[in-house]
Design a protein around this ligand. Structure first.
Ligand code: NI
Length: 157
């Protein structure tokens, strides 16, 4: 595994829509593993492929220590309710902002082995997953935030 460089806000790469992954093969698995390692190194709770300069529809997330998800070609199939909270992004270091997100979601996608999976997420998990899905559309939380402020702690996505 290897650490990848994180693309920062201002780079046009973060503003493009990502293309689907054709096949979950060893190369894709290697990139997912690198993404998990990079996310952990920078104390993030999520990392999307465009954040390492790869314009493919996939992301990793670890909303709680030890609970890791890899999603390839994810789709949001259900959205319920709303919640408002503060979040950060590894591509926007040193800042957080308040964002409105769904309270509960259902998401479908391929896992690291290429098998179709469907999960339901609530609360903070739903925040993390929708934040990462936005990255695949070229959307940053700063587009949706009502206030952005400087911080020094971890928990970025
Ligand atoms: Ni992010």
């Amino acid at each position: 595994m290897a650490l990848r460089n994180i693309v920062l806000e201002g780079d046009p790469i973060l503003r493009k829509r990502c293309r689907p992954v054709d096949q979950v093969n060893d190369r894709i698995r290697m990139i997912l593993d690198d993404m998990v390692e990079t996310m952990r190194e920078y104390h993030g709770v999520g990392l999307a492929a465009p954040q390492i300069g790869m314009m493919r529809r996939m992301f990793v997330a670890e909303p709680e220590e030890g609970r890791v998800y890899c999603f390839v070609n994810p789709e949001l199939v259900e959205v319920r309710g709303s919640q408002t909270g503060d979040e950060g992004c590894l591509s926007v270091p040193g800042y957080q902002g308040t964002v409105e997100r769904p309270e509960q979601i259902r998401i479908r996608g391929l896992d690291r082995e290429g098998n179709q999976q469907e999960y339901e997420f609530k609360g903070f998990d739903a925040v993390v997953m929708t934040h990462e899905l936005d990255h695949l559309e070229g959307i940053l939380y700063t587009d949706k935030s009502t206030n952005i402020y400087e911080v020094t702690d971890d928990g970025d996505q």
